[in-house]
Design a binder for this molecule. Structure first.
Ligand code: G4P
Length: 527
């Protein structure tokens, strides 16, 4: 196909980590190496600092930054790399999970001092479900961390990942001397706070070479020799297919803040990481090199300027070529749309693009046409599958404090739920509007945004529900009967689908066993 060259040079991945492991720092270093930015400090952290949960300005800042850093594209050697950022904060985990549907591989950052942390576990679980290839970067080797063998063991056991070391560190903390590249057999010596350039690189054909002693001293030279012998014996060469299948994760050691160990990872990344992969749809598997365009929206972001209600929908291109001003088929709305100002994110500036290719993410200005999971095609009717919609864990009644602004409030709630910030349910008995979220912080975001963007003043009243389950049944009568009897605990979601709101696990288990003809679904896929 005539666009093979464009497709083959693209690699689209996400960086994931528990907050504070060094995701922002590593992202910045990637962009520096890729020449996309010239100075450190240009990438702003999109994390919400601990304890700032009630600080609206912080939320606002976070929103602004996460638009700017949602997608960053840079060139490295002959490749065009699309890096998708993910929020580390657990209250925004849904956003991260959806972003993972739009990438072909993942780099997982682990703090060598803290090892495996909560968010890491959940994120890796999602990668495993999707069989996403993972590369692990063990960061902060300049700090006194855990013993490297213990750390590998911990990661393997806790994350149920099979690891394969690609570089090997000489000590850590103040004794950190560098990393040995097991793949091309060279040693990169560590010098704190300097740019890791090639002068630090020592080629070592044979580890018994005395240059090693000269560079790192006799004791460390001997330890390295023993370690490498052990590792070679246990791991051998990397099984690239196992990596691509998500069964083995190559591991690199480094220190992002010191630019250290990153080149080694990037060089291997461009060699082994998958390019744009085929993806499943409701109709068939779609391949990137097909002639016709298709893609799906995995993220929607409100515009930064609250006076303008338009939003940016992030479209992952899965096949064909996206062209500016060409009409595409919006499957859900059965409507043809064209985009005069699609953006890409090369070099961190938003540029209008004429063409974009599979693997790319384009930002589309949207005045309310898109929902997460929407698919664009050139006429074919299908949806991309596997985009998760989450079962909320916290439920609150939405109380309108200003009846004069009811319309604005409804519009706002509609738009925010389209963005995937929260889910809206309408209770059958009482007609209450119930907002369901995964994290407490999202309620604050909603309250703040309804007021500032829509002029609607609301408050929330906590409700005693703990889970929403979508209901289906082959027997419509039984379902209707159930909903009638359980009015206080049931309602419909925004699309009119029936939902049961359970007060506790006990109630849920009881209803499930009392109603064998009704299916209770927990994490519904959007498609
Ligand atoms: P995140 O996006 O994963 O949340 O982490 P981020 O990059 O913001 O890094 C968290 C903290 O860890 C930052 O310090 C950062 O400077 C530090 N850090 C990142 N990489 C390394 C490393 O290789 N070695 C060491 N020693 N520290 C590292 P902070 O004090 O929380 O923030 P800041 O005030 O420096 O921005």
């Amino acid at each position: 196909m005539k666009y093979d060259k464009e497709i083959n040079k693209r690699k689209t991945f996400a960086i994931i980590s528990h907050p504070d492991a060094g995701k922002t720092t590593l992202t910045e270093k990637f962009l520096l190496f890729g020449g996309a930015i010239q100075t450190a400090g240009a990438v702003k952290s999109n994390k919400i600092k601990k304890g700032a949960t009630s600080d609206f300005m912080e939320i606002e800042r976070q929103r602004g930054i996460s638009v700017a850093t949602s997608v960053m594209s840079f060139e490295y050697k002959d490749f065009l790399i699309n890096l998708l950022d993910t929020p580390g904060h657990k209250d925004f985990a849904e956003d991260t999970y959806r972003t993972l549907t739009a990438v072909d591989s993942v780099v997982l950052v682990i703090d060598s001092v803290n090892g495996v942390e909560d968010q890491t576990r959940r994120l890796v679980e999602v990668c495993r479900m999707r069989k996403t290839p993972v590369i692990v970067f063990i960061n902060k080797m300049d700090r006194d961390g855990k013993n490297r063998f213990d750390l590998l063991e911990e990661i393997e056991a806790e994350l149920k990942l099979n690891l394969h070391p690609m570089t090997w560190p000489i000590n850590s903390g103040k004794d950190f001397k560098g990393v040995y590249n097991l793949r091309n057999k060279s040693l990169r010596l560590f010098a704190a706070n300097t740019k890791a350039d090639d002068e630090d690189l020592v080629e070592i054909e044979n580890l018994s070479d005395h240059t090693l002693e000269q560079k790192v001293g006799e004791a460390d030279a001997n330890i390295l020799r023993e370690d490498v012998e052990l590792i070679d014996g246990v791991y051998g060469d990397l099984d690239e297919k196992a990596y691509l299948d998500g069964d083995i994760a190559p591991v690199f050691f480094g220190s992002a803040i010191n630019n250290f160990g990153i080149n080694e990872m990037l060089d291997t990344f461009i060699e082994i990481a998958p390019g744009p992969l085929p993806r499943e749809t409701t109709a068939r598997e779609v391949f990137p090199n097909e002639e016709k365009l298709s893609g799906f929206v995995f993220k929607i972001h409100a515009n930064l300027d609250p006076k303008h209600r338009d939003r940016i929908a992030f479209l992952r291109i899965c096949s064909g070529v996206f062209e500016r001003n060409k009409y595409y088929h919006h499957v859900r709305l059965d409507k043809n749309l064209r985009f005069s100002t699609p953006y890409t994110f090369l070099a961190r500036s938003k540029d209008i693009v004429e063409n974009a290719y599979p693997g790319d993410v384009v930002g589309l200005f949207d005045t309310g046409n898109f929902k997460i999971g929407d698919t664009l095609t050139e006429g074919e009717d299908f949806y991309y599958t596997g985009i998760p919609s989450f079962s909320p864990e916290i439920f609150k009644e939405l109380v309108n404090k200003d009846p004069m602004k009811t319309k604005q409030m409804e519009k706002g709630v509609n738009q925010l739920t389209d963005e995937g910030v929260a889910q809206l349910f309408t209770q059958f008995g009482g007609n209450k509007k119930i907002i369901g979220c995964v994290g407490e912080l999202q309620f604050e975001v909603i309250q703040y945004r309804l007021l500032h963007e829509y002029g609607a003043s609301v408050e929330f009243r906590t409700l005693p529900f703990f889970k929403a389950c979508w209901l289906t049944s082959k027997d419509n009568k039984k379902l209707e009967e159930f909903l009638r009897f359980k009015q206080a605990n049931s309602g419909e979601d925004k699309d009119g689908l029936p939902v049961y709101l359970a007060q506790s696990q006990w109630f849920l288990d009881t209803e499930i066993s009392n109603n064998p003809d009704i299916q209770f679904h927990f994490t519904s896929e959007i498609h």
